[in-house]
Design a protein around this ligand. Structure first.
Ligand code: G3H
Ligand code: ZN
Length: 284
């Protein structure tokens, strides 16, 4: 069924596993994600980034994610990932998303708190939870960070407490050593910081940029308090390599379904593997 993300994240936090949140850009990726969750009997979040809305509309994504979720035996949430404007968050709420994120990490702290608080009020009035971000998760595609930049971006417990108390968010995206868009697993997380944040804020913590995190570090982070783990790049890699492989194998293929199937299956394989690493299998 289609559900909001609140209950599944609190359940994950209390039971020391994490819900996988997987970015989809098209129907095939969303199908691969939901099929994997069903086969592993895991709760799952299909997430649509603000950037994805340049590729297809929020109505389009909300429509097919809802249809897939309603046909599924496991809980599925439809989440807006990295909404960076007030308007886009409202548009996705109207379109039927069951979970939202406002990413105000580029704003000054006071401004981030102000806009997030307003969006929480509106989302909650509609019964939809909202994730906020404090600290800044860097983007590996923009080049490596200096150790100084890295430290500057990390979420501090003081700011996290101020942000949570000032906004009323349901989940908190934190900067704890990962970076977006890494193509290899090379990052190790600041586990002590995660444990401290969990102790201070008591909310499900969200790890972004999980494609670049080593499995062992990911598992420790979950024990320390991470309850939602976001993967995008690994799924893009899986889909695109499946597609390339099929097109190379069969240069005469013209039927979209023939290569769509292999790409979709590759996404599904990766999602199944991640669900097991997160401890979410058999938690549906
Ligand atoms: O919000 C999306 C995630 O943080 C994905 O990051 O592409 O590095 O896996 P990733
Ligand atoms: Zn992210």
């Amino acid at each position: 069924p289609l559900v909001d993300s609140k209950g599944m994240l609190v359940f994950a936090l209390n039971n020391r596993f994490a819900v996988g949140a997987f970015n989809a850009y098209n129907l095939e990726m969303a199908q691969g994600i939901v099929e994997a969750a069903e086969e592993e009997d895991a709760p799952v979040i299909v997430q649509i980034s603000q950037g994805a809305l340049e590729y297809a509309s929020e109505q389009c994504y909300a429509g097919f994610v809802r249809a897939l979720a309603e046909a599924a035996s496991v809980p599925v949430a439809c989440h807006l990932d990295h909404g960076v404007t007030f308007e886009v968050v409202i548009r996705c709420l109207r379109a039927g998303f069951t979970s939202l994120m406002f990413d105000g990490s580029a704003l000054p702290l006071e401004e981030n708190i102000r806009v997030t608080r307003e969006l929480v009020r509106i989302a909650h009035a509609a019964g939809v939870p909202l994730e906020g971000e404090i600290g800044k998760i860097p983007d590996a595609a923009k080049g490596p960070l200096t150790p100084e930049e890295r430290r500057k971006f990390l979420t501090t417990p003081e700011e996290a407490v101020q942000f949570v108390e000032g906004t009323g968010v349901d989940a908190l995206a934190v900067a704890v050593g990962s970076a977006h868009r890494m193509r290899v697993q090379a990052a190790d997380l600041d586990i002590e910081r995660i444990a401290l944040l969990r102790e201070k804020v008591g909310l499900p913590l969200v790890l972004h940029g999980a494609s670049g995190v080593r499995d062992a570090s990911l598992k420790e982070a979950i024990l320390a308090g991470i309850a939602k783990v976001n993967f995008a790049t690994e799924l893009n890699k899986a889909f695109t390599s499946g597609l390339r492989e099929k097109l190379a194998q069969d240069p005469d293929v013209v039927d979209v379904r023939k290569y769509g199937v292999l790409a979709r299956d590759r996404v599904k394989e990766v999602v199944k593997e991640k669900i097991n690493i997160l401890g979410a299998a058999r938690r549906g």
